[in-house]
Design a binder for this molecule. Structure first.
Ligand code: GAP
Length: 511
């Protein structure tokens, strides 16, 4: 169910509390480009670190990489991006707005899915405890009709994209009566393909040289380094290479805040394995990645798998992990079984052998690859959306980000009750002791209640209040963000408490 009001609140909260700012805002901003503020940068770093450590530290056979954004132009010919990295776009002649044709269709399908959901909810109320949702979905004529409609749309979309007959997609949009969300009209242009890569030149002088592209995915940096890492790391199959980094796409339709950006960050892992074992590894990574998401505390019902309708010609399995954003279920991560396509193409285009010699069988072959690919910015938005909570407390609304303590931007705020009697000095001493291990914050302005609320709004899991008794008793009050309960603890125990609750290892141990 979409909730625009909630989404708007999250976007303004992100700006008001230093998480996300529009890029170059003083010049009016830049469409679909964003900057991360003081709290956003911390949260983003923590999410990235959780991903990177879960890949490289928890798996003996996965290593890291940090490849350059610029790559040889031939890389993108080999990968198929020069010829095939297109989006099918359609314009509405009245609003002059441009849309991704497949997204218009997917949004329309989502509305039909919501109708199915409503039917199920109504029936569940009618039938009570004996209700069997699966049985109902496979026997109720109206629900079956809705599902059939969705399936038919899937197959037309797939046929249109695979055959390149974009008229099929235009006809589908027209036949389904899909209207422009801005003008409300059905006055559509033809569907056309647009390439998504940004190009530039290596040298200042234009002309004469091949275009250099800003990488549209980090994965190709891994493929072209496959042999370097395999040889220098003496890696044996199966093994993985993981990297995080910026990617750039000329997304013509920028939508939903940091959901679809022109400059964004990916966290990708290519898992190289023996041909014939790839589907086993695909299923392994599908489950492993879902477990990773759930470790952050998000309930299972907020996630779902969505098998790709249109498999790329080189893939033999592909699934998206989708999250229930306030605007509906949308992709956060993709898991793709890409066969030997990428390494095979790089072998062909570079003329260099990219084979693996298997000492057990004395055979050389191109490994198969299973990839996991998640957008850090989408994960960031998911995390904000999941954590954002409004609660009624003493007749007032408390806005709190219920972030997992290990990813919270600030772990602990140290708050002297008053600005005198030695309390600021003691607070400063506690701050200085803790700052080597934790991102701590100290503040003595405003009432303690106001300071608590500001910390709630950025998701700080612990607030420590230093009062007059702290001087004599060497203890402080610790307040827990979610329960708002308070407890008296010895200053000597603070580091131990914070380590236990906020260390990244607490998260990693769940995997
Ligand atoms: N190497 C495979 C690949 O790039 P993808 O599905 O195009 O696959 C992977 O991208 C992930 O990158 C997506 O699931 C999404 O989280 C993120 N992503 C893709 N395009 C994005 C954009 N324009 N803005 C933000 N995140 C994006």
């Amino acid at each position: 169910m979409s909730d625009n009001n909630l989404f708007d609140k999250i976007v303004s909260h992100a700006k008001e509390y230093g998480f996300v700012f529009p890029s170059s805002e003083i010049y009016g901003g830049l469409a679909a480009v964003y900057d991360y503020g003081q709290n956003g940068a911390e949260l983003r770093n923590n999410l990235r670190q959780f991903w990177y450590l879960s890949m490289t530290r928890l798996n003996q056979n996965i290593v890291g990489l940090d490849s350059a954004i610029f790559m040889h132009p031939k890389v993108w010919k080999a990968s198929g991006h020069v010829d095939g990295f297109n989006d099918p776009m359609i314009d509405n002649k009245d609003s002059k707005k441009r849309y991704r044709a497949d997204v218009l269709i997917e949004d329309h399908q989502e509305k039909i899915r919501q109708k199915i959901q409503k039917e199920i909810e109504k029936a569940a109320k009618r039938f009570g405890e004996t209700f069997d949702a699966e049985m109902y979905k496979s026997t109720n004529p109206r629900v079956m009709e809705y599902q059939q409609k969705i399936d038919e749309m899937d197959s037309i979309l797939k046929e249109g994209l695979e055959s390149g007959n974009l008229n099929l997609i235009k006809e589908l949009i027209e036949n389904e009566g899909i209207v422009c969300p801005i003008s409300g009209s059905k006055n559509w242009t033809d569907v056309r393909q647009f390439n998504l890569m940004y190009s530039t030149q290596m040298n200042a002088l234009e002309g004469g040289e091949e275009a250099l592209y800003l990488r549209p995915e980090t994965a190709q940096g891994i493929f072209v380094n496959y042999l370097n890492v395999q040889k220098t790391g003496r890696m044996k199959l199966p093994f993985g290479i993981a990297q995080t980094g910026k990617a750039f796409r000329n997304e013509i339709v920028a939508r939903q805040f940091i959901m679809r950006m022109k400059e964004f960050e990916q966290m990708e892992m290519q898992f190289f394995c023996k041909p014939g074992t790839e589907l086993e590894w695909y299923n392994y990574w599908k489950q492993a990645r879902m477990k990773w998401h759930l470790a952050l505390g998000t309930p299972q019902n907020k996630y779902r798998f969505h098998d790709h309708v249109k498999l790329a010609h080189y893939a033999n399995a592909a699934v998206d992990i989708e999250f229930a954003f306030p605007f509906g279920f949308k992709e956060v991560e993709g898991i793709h079984s890409r066969t030997d396509f990428d390494l095979g193409r790089h072998e062909e285009f570079s003329g260099k052998k990219l084979r693996y010699f298997d000492p057990e069988t004395n055979e050389s072959f191109i490994p198969y690859v299973v990839e996991t690919s998640i957008g850090l910015d989408r994960l960031f938005l998911l995390t904000l959306a999941q954590a954002f909570t409004e609660e009624q407390v003493d007749g007032d609304t408390r806005t709190v980000l219920k972030l997992h303590p290990a990813i919270a931007p600030v772990k602990c705020a140290i708050l002297p009750l008053v600005k005198k009697d030695g309390l600021p000095e003691l607070a400063e001493k506690i701050y200085n002791d803790l700052r080597f291990d934790f991102n701590v914050f100290i503040e003595d302005k405003d009432s303690i209640g106001k300071r608590y609320r500001r910390m709630d709004a950025i998701g700080t899991p612990f607030c420590i209040t230093v009062d007059h008794d702290s001087i004599t008793g060497n203890d402080v009050t610790i307040r827990y963000r979610d329960s708002m309960q308070q407890e008296r603890v010895s200053i000597d125990r603070l580091s131990e408490i914070l380590h236990k609750e906020t260390d990244m290892s607490a998260l990693l141990k769940q995997l």
